[in-house]
Design a protein around this ligand. Structure first.
Ligand SMILES: NC(=O)c1ccc[n+]([C@@H]2O[C@H](COP(=O)([O-])OP(=O)(O)OC[C@H]3O[C@@H](n4cnc5c(N)ncnc54)[C@H](OP(=O)(O)O)[C@@H]3O)[C@@H](O)[C@H]2O)c1
Length: 267
């Protein structure tokens, strides 16, 4: 698998807040960072990385193309603009952020442009985000499953997204879980708290370990150094089969992110 199991999210974080979060994270050992054109923080991320004092080639940078840049003549110029802001000549992974609203740009068109960006060396890998099974089928038809490094989707104990996960697995497509902590909601769950207590761990560590043990990458965000540090230690936590089975029962199809103007017909 190429997409790192653990990375740093940057959604909602801008200016000095995101710079400080990245600085602490890299200092603590994070090596993967997830941003997006629409987050409006690529220049801040670029500044933080430039100041971090680690060689660029040890970092795994992901950005996401915004929906207004999906047309074949816009996608690559917009990615070049992102690279400029990020102060780099290529990112490791570029994703299509959401399906094209109302199908305005055909899947084959933006996947083709993304594949061309990869061929030009502007991105090491390509992938999708917020794609349903039907949309994954279209993306596979356009470029082949082997080209799709990941589908980044909302996935946490309250939204386990099994149809998407099962289909992705059947195609050998890796999943990245976003909002693994349910934007904090999952951390108050009594079952997660009980498992955490037994392992002498935090609820966040249990939740992140659960997702990684299912084979998903995670990209939790935090503005606090102690949370960044604790979250990264989830890579050392091993949950039992009984813990995993218990967390599986928490699924309640509780989706947090579903913007009306962007959301596809979810599985
Ligand atoms: N592809 C997409 O459409 C999409 C959509 C949403 C998100 N994402 C990506 O996924 C990343 C993660 O999602 P997210 O940031 O929305 O949510 P998240 O990682 O599930 O939750 C982040 C929230 O949890 C808190 N938190 C983090 N660690 C904690 C801990 N150990 N204990 C208690 N609270 C903790 C943070 O607050 P503090 O700052 O106080 O620690 C923050 O409020 C994003 O940053 C973004 O990169 C992608």
């Amino acid at each position: 698998m190429s997409v790192p199991a653990f990375g740093l999210g940057t959604f909602r974080l801008k200016g000095q807040t995101v710079i400080d979060s990245i600085r602490s994270a890299i200092d603590l050992g994070y090596r993967a960072i997830d941003t997006a054109q629409i987050y409006g923080n690529e220049a801040d991320v670029g500044e933080a990385i430039a100041a971090a004092g680690v060689p660029r080639d040890v970092l795994y940078l992901t950005t996401k193309i915004w929906t207004e840049n999906y047309a074949a003549d816009k996608l690559i110029p917009s990615l070049k603009d992102s690279l400029h802001k990020l102060r780099t000549d290529r990112v490791e992974l570029t994703l299509i952020h959401w399906p094209s609203p109302r199908g305005a740009v055909p899947v084959a068109e933006f996947m083709g442009a993304l594949a061309e960006a990869k061929a030009q060396g502007l991105t090491g890998e390509i992938g999708v985000s917020n794609f349903t099974v039907a949309l994954m089928r279209e993306a596979i038809a356009a470029v082949g499953a082997g080209q799709i490094a990941t589908n980044q989707v909302e996935l946490h104990p309250y939204l386990q997204n099994r149809k998407v996960a099962d289909f992705a697995r059947s195609q050998g497509i890796h999943l990245t879980s976003y909002m693994t902590l349910g934007y904090g909601k999952v951390l108050h769950d009594p079952l997660i708290a009980e498992i955490a207590k037994r392992h002498n761990a935090t609820p966040a560590q249990v939740t992140l370990a659960w997702a990684m043990q299912l084979g998903y990458s995670v990209i939790p965000s935090s503005t606090k150094r102690e949370n960044l540090e604790g979250n990264l230690r989830a890579v050392d936590l091993r949950l039992s089969d009984a813990d995993m089975a218990a967390i599986a029962t928490l699924d309640r199809n509780q989706r947090i992110t579903s913007p009306e103007s962007l959301a596809p017909a979810w599985d």
